[in-house]
Structure formats: C-alpha cells, structure tokens
Design a protein around this ligand. Sequence first.
Ligand code: GTR
Length: 401
Amino acid sequence: MRMKKVFLVFIAFAVVTPLAAQDHDEANYDEAKVPAYTLPDVLKTGTNKQVSNKGVWEKSRRGEILTLFENNVYGQMPKAYDRISYAVTHEEAAAMNGRARLKQVVISVFKGDSSVKINLVLFVPASVKKPVPVFLLINNRGRENTDPTRAAKSEFWPAEMAIDSGYAIAAFHVSDLAPDDKTQFVNGVLRLYPEQLLMANGMRAIGAWAWGASRVMDYFEKDRDIDAKKVVVVGHSRGGKASLWAAAEDTRFAMCVSNCSGNTGAALARRQFGERIRRINTTFPHWFTDNYKKFNDREDSLPVDQHMLISLIAPRPVYATNATKDLWADPKGTYLSLKNAEKVYALYGLSSRLSPDPPPVEKPLLEPPLGYHIREGEHNLTAYDWTQFIIFANHYFTSRK
Ligand code: GTR
C-alpha cells in the first residue's frame, strides 16, 4: 500500500514537473565544459575588409550585421503602416499623492483592414516643467506589475522610484503586440503584416514586441512631457531580448537595458552554457525566425553572436544584468558579450573600462557606455536592478546636458 502511494506520488511529480525544469537540469553549468569557440569578427566585413573607423562601420558593416540578425534570428522589421493615432484615454494631474501625472494612452496603428492597439501607461514627474527622460518597460509579465492606480506596487516596475529620481516611466504589455503563445502570437502586429508569416526570415513574437517599442517611441516624439532623445528601453528576460532588438533596429532609443536576458539576448550563444538555441527554439518556436531553427545544436555556424547585437547599439549605452541563481541565462557569457562589443564603441572614441572578467556580485559597473551587474538571487527584475539602471542613466544623461 505504502509503496503504491510512493509510486503514485512519483508519477504525479514526473507529470507535473515542467519539461523546462528537466531541461534546465540537463544544461551545461560547468565552465570547464564550455567548448573552445571563435566569435565572428565584428570588425571584418563580409568581403573580409577590416573596419577601422566609424565611417566604414556605419556605411558597410553595421547594415550587414543588422541584416544577418534579421535573416537568421529576429526576422524582418516592417516599417510601413497607413496611419497611427494616439488617444489619451485617462489622465490624472495628481497621481502618486501629487508626485506624478498619469497618462494612459492608446496607440493605434492601422494598415489595410487591420489595426493594432498598444495600451501605454505613463507617469511623468509632477515637479518637472521641461521634457524629461523616460524609462520604457516592455512588460512580459502580468499587467498588474504596471498598475496605473498604484494600488498594486511591484519591484518589476517601481514607478515611484523613477519618478522620485526625475524620470518619467512607461510600460506596455507584450500581448498587445503578440500574445506570448505559439498559436496566438499571430493575433497582434502580424495581422498587419501577414506576409511575414510565410517568410523563413519573417517577423515573429520578439520582433513584434520590439516593433511595439518603436511605436511607443513614435508617440514619445509627439508628447511634450517627454524628451524623446532620452528614451531608455528596458526589458527583462524575454523582454530583455526584445529591448536589445528594439534598440538595434531603432536608433532613436538613447539607451538599452537588458535584464537577465540570457540566450538570444545578451549572452553569447557559442558558449553553450545554460539555455541553448535548440531548447529556446523548441519551447518558444514563436519567438524567432524559422531560419533560426537551422542553428539548433549548431551555434558555431551562426554568422553572428550576441556581442554583435550589442555592437549594433553603439555608440548608445547598454546596461546588462544577471543574477547569481540564474545560470540558465549565462552570466559570464553576458558579460563577455559586452566585453567583445567594446571595440565598436572604441570606433566612436568611447573607451569602456571593462576588465576581462565579470565584476564580483553586487559590484555594479556603472560607467557608460557599457554597464553591468550581477545581483544576488533569482531570475527577476528587482528594485536593486532598477537602482543601478537609474544611476547608469544619470551618468550618461548628465554628461550630455
Ligand atoms: C525562460 C526562457 C528564457 C527566458 C525566460 C523568461 O523559460 O528559457 O530564455 O526568456 O523564460 O522570459 O523569463
């Protein structure tokens, strides 16, 4: 009887333990087992020319790398639409006990017979009388994390902290652009661009979220409370993959924050540490292009690696993070991405002071253009993380007044 019960418990556990957890256990977390690898040379063009100045970088190499990411990883970024409109649906002059103004804005984008609506929550510091810089979060968690009423407060989007530091803070939810589901993701932006679904290098969910960030940017350019030259796009995990892609595709973003973004985010693929391409393509087939599936178990044959994604954002600053208990997102590989992007920043005369090895836990590197920290704890976006984003942004924006 007892044996039977134990067995049943075991079966129940095996059934309810998500596949994800089992795969996590099988991943490599041993630094000694990281294979020898050679990163593609970010400063060598497809025709083998060495890039030695920013002119050649911008004219020849940057576009080449962007196209490689579009074709192989994130897909096309369709730019054309018929019309965009902005409606402020709710406004409060004295939100957060008078510290902020709240605006809820519906951004509607029309193309042909289809349209998509992006619901933006935006708080602006009440005390500031001129356009302010803004943090824009691509929210991949529950909408309650960005509660406009502030009845619910979440470290995931600590609006009060940003406001008290003199920043506006905004957020939209990924499901407005592409529901995060392998069958439902088509019900959003992709209704405007159905041809993308037929293309092996077509836009998928991560691309759709990044596209949404750019439409919010379109709105910021029209909102007089916002300094559209100082927009920081922020994302956590899958949202951090999208924030990098948004900043790579849209140079209007002044800065990018990618929190615990891991595989196909800020972490190098070739290290094959933690999550790998096969696993991400299998669990989340709707995130990246069909072409990306060709690189399952073949990281070495990718024509890019993630340091090149960071390089596309140069000379604009990038801040990346990790957490000690989130080896799945490969902290060291994330740091090495930043490190290997340094040479592109150097073309702009920007020297970052990254040491060869990652900094100790909770010793953030806060000097633009490339910043990084690893925090104690789990895979998450916390007040500790936001505190560093604000310091990093302060350093950058005050140096550019
Ligand atoms: C995981 C996924 C990661 C990361 C994470 C998240 O399951 O494997 O790539 O994106 O989800 O978004 O929290």
